[in-house]
Design a protein around this ligand. Structure first.
Ligand code: NAD
Length: 295
């Protein structure tokens, strides 16, 4: 089986390296020459263009910034669609909007090319360790075909439903995560403002009904826990800019389905404000500082 991997950034680079290490015959491409060199050093091959590496590929994996990049690459002017073999499978792991997934999937499948959306959770750490969670949208048959590759890059594989279902699952999860992070942050700051030790308050809430992942294993208050971004000046982890992006996609999804998501809308605005104030590169638990009571 020949694999072509396009988009070798923070996530795609380590994911492609894991495929190479597992013995897949992998050819890679990125607009950044350095990103290509970094993966070729691990044994991947490359070509002069994305078109060149997809022409004999059985499976194509893409990991790009946003929907416009995915649409442009596959079905834009002189897109890859006319260079990919009939019967090939495209796995797009980028986090993008559902409308673009469905547009690209429909166009590719009309050319006899199978498509799944397979966004991930787990960040750069999970991409490097090969422990990502994949949330897949597409046919059960395509999900089965993708499994041997996804198994190498990830640990938890979920088939969420038809085209776009992977992206919907991803934005639902990240919207809930952001709401929990904001709520945990304001509760801890309320306790601190009223004289409580955040370690003691965290212990009480995590053994009580306020227990949740952001409190129990990713505490946003510095020095309550070791080895979390809050205790390292909010470096590493999952960037505010990426959370703001995902919450924008959650809002698009809510509007398109006429769903109400008031907590998600508030969280989106809080993360957009936080990013606009220059905090976009910090971990998303830094939203804790927004509730810091100034004396
Ligand atoms: P990144 O910006 O580091 O990498 C994107 C790469 O795509 C870049 O190297 C860029 O040169 C390349 N690229 C763009 N257009 C291209 C084209 N037409 N042809 C070839 N290469 C092209 O982004 P990332 O952090 O790796 O994220 C990728 C996707 O994964 C995004 O959709 C993001 O939302 C999602 N994601 C990121 C994280 C994370 O923690 N970084 C976690 C989960 C999901």
């Amino acid at each position: 089986m020949k694999v072509a991997f396009i988009g070798l950034g923070n996530m795609g680079g380590p994911m492609a390296i894991n495929l190479v290490k597992a013995g897949f015959n992998t050819s890679v491409f990125d607009l950044s020459a350095q990103a290509v060199v970094d993966v070729v050093e691990h044994g991947a091959s490359t070509g002069n263009s994305a078109k060149e590496i997809v022409s004999d590929a059985d499976v194509i994996v893409s990991m790009l910034p946003a929907g416009k990049h995915v649409e442009g690459l596959f079905i834009g002017d002189d897109g890859l669609i006319s260079h990919i073999k009939t019967g090939a499978l495209v796995i797009d792991s980028s986090t993008i909007d559902v409308a673009t997934v469905r547009k690209v999937a429909t166009a590719l499948e009309a050319h006899g090319i199978a498509f799944i959306d397979a966004p991930v959770s787990g960040g750069v750490g999970g991409a490097t360790a090969g422990t990502l969670s994949f949330m897949v949208g597409g046919s059960a048959e395509s999900f089965e075909r993708a499994k041997p590759l996804l198994d190498v890059m990830g640990k938890n594989l979920f088939h969420a439903g038809g085209h776009g279902a992977g992206q919907v699952a991803k934005v639902c999860n990240n919207m809930l995560l952001s709401v929990l992070m904001v709520g945990t942050s304001e509760a801890l700051q309320l306790g601190i403002a009223n004289g409580l030790d955040p370690k003691v308050l965290s212990e009480i809430m995590s053994k009580s009904s306020g227990s949740n992942w952001t409190l129990d294993v990713y505490n946003p208050c510095p020095n309550v826990m070791e080895d979390v971004p809050s205790s390292n000046d909010y470096q590493g982890g999952f960037m505010v800019d990426l959370m703001a992006k995902d919450l924008g996609l959650a809002m698009d999804t809510a509007i398109a389905s006429q769903s109400s998501a008031p907590m998600g809308a508030l969280a989106r605005n809080l993360y957009a404000m936080h990013a606009a104030s220059g905090q976009g590169g910090k971990d998303f638990s830094s939203i804790f500082n927004l509730f810091n009571k100034q004396d």
